[in-house]
Ligand binder design. Structure first.
Ligand code: GN1
Ligand code: MG
Length: 361
């Protein structure tokens, strides 16, 4: 899809002469481009307001979190220009621009000499990504979570995701239920998993923390020279949550073989799991409670199950939420994630041992 951004270019104080803009086809929600202004590059994003209903709240969260991170990073002697995102205000001093069609646009400074990965990371990159997400949570340890808006209600409330799936089955809007009976049954069989973390949070047995909530491996920027993770991106879903959400989704997308929609190739990489646990524990620097550490392996099943139920729900509703690239893409994603869950279930004893050993050291 060609996107005309000419009307956007005068709305932000970009420095340099515009050369061109290239789309980044990574995320499944927003539309993203990198605009080249010679010396400077900027990321320009069209916010998906079908998903993020209140862009004021969304940007308010992002600005307060990035400003807080900047201070925390500087206090720890880091380089805030490279370790957190720097959003531009519009020429009118607003956090985003609304065009004539009501579309919302935002921009941040592109970090030069950086790269992202969507699968097939080295063990070192996996350790680094996990450390970056753990450290993100660590740095936000004292951030007042009650000041954050809930950008997507019940985002990681897995029981609600389960109920949404059952509702989609009942409504059968796209007429696809008969094709997915086995997949639906798979999730009914695992219903008890859905409320484990939400129940513990409600009972106060594990803490509510400020979490990233979308810790896909391609939401980490790596430095082109050192190959170290420098910065966590895609800050749309920063909300109060559980460390388990960030860990589980991180493993789902980085400690695995194959892409998230590749049923043939997908599987859990146990060695990579070990690297991720170590990185996450190093990044959180002793902040995780024993109960959270104990549940790390289970969180991989929970988060994979949650996103798989979301893919299936979207398939049943006619592919209205996630971007798709081919026919039945959401079904392919569901099936791949189901295969991954089965693999994680089979490897669970090993994952528990690895986690115990890492928690002791
Ligand atoms: C979406 O935007 P992106 O691609 O980083 C989704 C995540 C899913 C992921 C599945 C706001 O993330 O929750 O885990 O797709 N983000 C939102 O690939 O729904
Ligand atoms: Mg996202």
């Amino acid at each position: 899809m060609e996107l005309d951004i000419s009307s956007i270019l005068s709305r932000f104080p970009f420095e340099g002469e515009f050369k061109d803009a290239q789309p980044i086809n990574e995320g499944l929600i927003n539309t993203t481009l990198v605009a080249d202004f010679g010396e400077n590059k900027y990321v320009i994003q069209k916010i998906n307001t079908n998903v993020f209903r209140n862009p004021d709240h969304l940007m308010d969260n992002i600005i307060s979190v990035t400003e807080y991170l900047k201070k925390s990073i500087e206090a720890e002697g880091g380089n805030a220009d490279r370790q957190t995102l720097r959003f531009l205000k519009t020429v009118d001093g607003k956090p985003f621009y609304i065009d004539e069609d009501g579309q919302c646009w935002r921009s941040y400074v592109y970090l030069d000499n950086s790269y992202t990965i969507s699968s097939g990371c080295s063990l070192n990159e996996i350790y680094e990504a996990a450390k970056a997400f753990g450290n993100f949570q660590y740095l936000l340890g004292d951030f007042p979570g009650n000041e954050l808006f809930e950008t997507i209600p019940n985002f990681h409330h897995t029981p609600s995701r389960y109920n949404n799936l059952l509702k989609a089955v009942e409504e059968n809007k796209a007429g696809r239920v008969d094709e997915v009976r086995d997949e639906v049954q798979f999730f009914i069989d695992r219903k008890d998993n859905t409320c484990v973390v939400t129940d513990l949070l409600e009972k106060g047995e594990i803490p509510v923390r400020v979490t990233h909530n979308d810790t896909k491996i391609n939401n980490v920027l790596f430095d082109g020279d050192s190959k170290k993770a420098i910065c966590v991106i895609d800050l749309d879903t920063i909300m109060p949550g559980s460390s388990l959400y960030d860990f589980g989704d991180g493993i789902r997308t980085s400690a695995t073989f194959g892409e998230e929609d590749d049923e043939e190739a997908i599987g859990l990489n146990v060695e990579a799991f070990e690297a991720y646990v170590k990185g996450f524990l190093d990044g959180t620097d002793g902040k995780l409670l024993p109960k959270e550490i104990e549940l790390l392996p289970f969180s991989v099943i929970l988060l994979t199950q949650e996103v798989a139920m979301r893919f299936l729900t979207d398939y049943l509703e006619g592919d209205i939420y996630f971007k798709t690239s081919f026919d039945k893409h959401n079904l392919a994603r569901t099936r791949a994630q189901i295969k991954l869950i089965k693999d994680v279930e089979a490897k669970m004893p090993q994952l528990v041992e690895i986690t115990k050993a890492a928690g002791r050291s």
